[in-house]
Design a protein around this ligand. Structure first.
Ligand SMILES: [Zn+2]
Length: 213
């Protein structure tokens, strides 16, 4: 696949990944996180919810929220991120769009705390999950209104929604050297076993993003 890179990441320091759920970091841009971590760039990972909604694919000895927090810690450690560089919020899983103000407040708080040069999240048109969409839209609104003036945004096209011919792709990150770390991180999310089984065989050696700013 030809390298296609019309825009450049100007400032990697620090990188802030903002996700709705504690598995988005691994399932989505785990390869890029692992790559940036290997470049010794300061990197923080935020999940706005503890992923307490839904089912578990394994028998639980604790509640789902607690179990998923543990999985998140193990997963990010596979990607090379220490737990002190992570944050899990307590917003309601599956219901983020019900209270956009609350989402705005937490994202702004995280922005002020970490002062990122680059924010990673999902492309809102690459996912049908309303939690993912509201997170991406909120970040984009902040960018448009000038709040994130000096911060670039990378919106990931998820592989299963990705068409290589898409003209919108402005950056593709080769992650071949980090694919094992990404797989290891994905496998840590045992409660999400169905997704793990679906995602691992479909992994690509690149992660694709729209770069803004
Ligand atoms: Zn998610």
């Amino acid at each position: 696949m030809p390298e296609k890179q019309r825009k450049e990441i100007k400032n990697l320091s620090p990188v802030l990944c903002i996700n709705a759920h504690p598995d988005d970091e691994s399932f989505g841009f785990g390869g890029t996180i692992s790559k940036f971590a290997g470049m010794k760039r300061p990197l923080y990972i935020v999940s706005l919810t503890s992923g307490e909604a839904g089912q578990s694919a394994i028998p639980l000895t604790n509640d789902l929220s607690t179990t998923r927090k543990v999985e998140f810690g193990l997963a990010v450690s596979e990607l090379g991120i220490p737990s002190e560089k992570t944050f899990i919020g307590s917003l309601p899983d599956g219901k983020l769009a019900d209270d956009p103000k609350e989402v705005e407040e937490v994202i702004l708080k995280m922005y002020k705390r970490f002062q990122p040069g680059l924010i990673l999240t999902m492309h809102p048109q690459s996912t049908s999950h309303p939690d993912h969409v509201i997170v991406a839209q909120t970040i984009l609104q902040f960018k448009e209104s000038g709040v994130l003036q000096n911060t670039q945004i990378m919106l990931q096209y998820l592989p299963d929604k990705f068409t290589p011919a898409t003209d919108d792709i402005t950056i593709q990150i080769p992650i071949g050297d980090f694919i094992e770390q990404k797989k290891a991180a994905i496998r840590r999310h045992q409660t999400q076993g169905k997704d793990v089984k679906r995602i691992i065989p479909a992994l690509l050696p690149y992660e694709y993003f729209l770069l803004i700013g």
